[in-house]
Design a binder for this molecule. Structure first.
Ligand code: HEC
Ligand code: HEC
Length: 433
């Protein structure tokens, strides 16, 4: 139960250079007192581990306080948790398509709040992604993959944390120094000094980086952000049975001729036995209908085109990317009150039914980009064809998706998280053998 902390320690940039090797090796176990290795390690593991674990635990506790603190916003009323609600998989708290932020909480965003649970496993953005452990895609360029946000323009949690803190539509602080001043005045300022040194607040750049680091560390804390404790996890580990309906839903979800969902929302154990994340982090244009409830959409000339802008700028001229958004994980999807990048759907069954439509509504994608829209099953049907999923199958898939909600069982143990990447988790060895 402590190996996560070692991985978190490495991702928090601590001096544990060999810890990745320890975790990836799989056969070694890490204990708070040190590392018990089958073969001698090229360093003395005992001294750094204990303090490093304590530091990660302290960073996590501090990061949680920062995440929950509305005082860090210009309005004084908006925390990270206001938009990323722990009760909803760290997704939005209600069915409003976008949140209102800014100093007076009256500035609307343009995108639905993504769920943060499991998002730590997104690999860094890569325009040409090659699958490592995939029989189907081996050696093929899967195209743009990874990164954080709906358009992948950020890679690490620590970079991401600065965005909402400074965005005029979100927490709306004028600059990093004003965020630092708020932390210096907070009840937990002492915790902060203890971790980063008495003089930390005198150096606003270093203090801001420290805020980002502790927010990131908290967001990588497995019991809250990656517990792998859903009914489906228990099923894969042989510790629970799915109902008839859930099994039918899973079959339709996986079937290449019906839902074909798993081609993007990966549902099987990896070749190395890692539990699936229900995303391949790829970018796809689905032509989700326009959401008229988003104020920015009142302007008929405004289009959110994902990878090619407007938030992301580097691919502004890449027409072949327009309309593409990152495939979200479906873990905890039943806790989401809104679905898709623009929150146009507010009911899980309707989100599934979107995939069974034979007629697409292209009202949120300029005609010149329509050829970017995916045509693989279930999107290979046209008017007059039988839909990819029957009404019963839509209901069954919806029932299956509800098995992806965490909290069904204990977090599988031992969990060894190796940080970003496809083979992030190696919790299944015991359960599968
Ligand atoms: C006003 C609502 C709001 C607040 C407050 C907010 N976020 Fe977000 N967050 C969003 C939205 C919307 C996105 C998606 C942005 C996009 O796709 O362009 C997002 C995306 C993210 C992501 C990327 C998830 C992924 O991997 O795709 C992370 C991480 C994140 N936020 C962390 C935070 C942290 C940490 C805080 C507090 C410092 C915070 N957010 C505050 C609305 C919010
Ligand atoms: C070709 C890849 C692909 C396939 C196949 C696919 N999806 Fe998706 N899915 C995506 C992408 C990309 C998004 C986000 C699109 C957007 O917001 O514009 C998404 C979003 C979703 C969402 C909303 C999640 C959220 O956080 O808002 C649900 C639910 C969903 N998919 C379920 C399914 C189901 C069920 C199937 C099979 C019937 C399926 N998907 C098939 C790529 C795919």
């Amino acid at each position: 139960m402590v190996t996560w902390a070692v991985a978190a320690a490495t991702s928090a940039g601590l001096a544990l250079c060999a810890a990745d090797g320890v975790v990836a090796g799989g056969s070694r176990t890490v204990t708070p007192k040190g590392v018990e290795a089958e073969e001698p390690l090229p360093f003395d593991p005992a001294p750094p581990i204990g303090p490093a674990l304590a530091r990660v635990a302290a960073l996590t506790a501090l990061g949680r306080k920062l995440f929950d603190d509305p005082a860090l916003s210009a309005s004084g009323r908006m925390a990270c948790a206001s938009c990323h609600d722990p009760a909803h998989g760290f997704g939005p708290p209600d069915a409003a398509p976008v949140r209102l932020g800014g100093p007076n909480l009256d500035q609307p965003g343009t995108r639905a709040v993504p769920s943060l649970a499991y998002s730590q496993f997104s690999p860094f953005f890569d325009e040409h992604h090659y699958e490592e452990d995939d029989e189907a895609d081996g050696g093929l360029d899967a195209g743009p993959t990874g990164g954080r946000t709906w358009d992948g323009r950020v890679n690490r949690g620590r970079e991401q944390a600065s965005l909402p803190l400074l965005s005029p539509r979100e927490m709306a602080n004028p600059d990093a120094a004003s965020v630092v001043a708020k932390v210096a005045a907070a009840e937990y300022a002492g915790d902060f000094r203890k971790l980063y040194g008495e003089g930390i607040f005198a150096d606003p750049a270093a203090a801001f980086a420290a805020i980002d680091e502790s927010l990131e560390t908290y967001q990588e804390y497995p019991p809250e952000f990656a517990p792998f404790s859903s009914k489906y996890d228990a099923f894969l580990l042989g510790r629970a049975q799915l109902t008839e309906q859930e099994r039918r839903g899973l079959a339709a979800f996986n079937d290449p001729a019906r839902g074909n969902c798993a081609v993007c929302h990966v549902s099987r154990l990896s070749a190395r036995g890692a539990l699936p994340l229900f995303t391949d982090f790829g970018f796809v244009a689905l032509a989700v209908p326009r959401n008229k409830a988003i104020p920015a959409n009142a302007d008929p000339a405004y289009f959110d085109l994902g990878l090619c802008g407007p938030e992301r700028r580097d691919f502004a001229k890449r027409k072949e990317y327009c309309g593409k958004f990152k495939t979200p994980s479906l873990r905890n999807v039943a806790l989401r009150p809104v679905f898709f990048h623009n929150g146009v759907v507010t009911n899980l069954r309707d989100a599934v039914a979107f995939y069974a439509k034979t007629e697409r509504q292209y009202d949120d994608l300029p005609a010149e980009y329509r050829s970017n829209v995916n045509r693989e099953p279930p999107f290979d049907r046209g008017p007059g064809d039988a839909p990819a999923l029957t009404e019963q199958e839509i209901t069954d898939v919806t029932a299956f998706l509800k098995t992806l909600t965490d909290g069904f069982s204990e977090t599988p143990s031992p969990v060894t998280v190796t940080g970003a990447g496809a083979d992030h988790l190696d919790s299944t060895r015991r359960g599968l053998q």
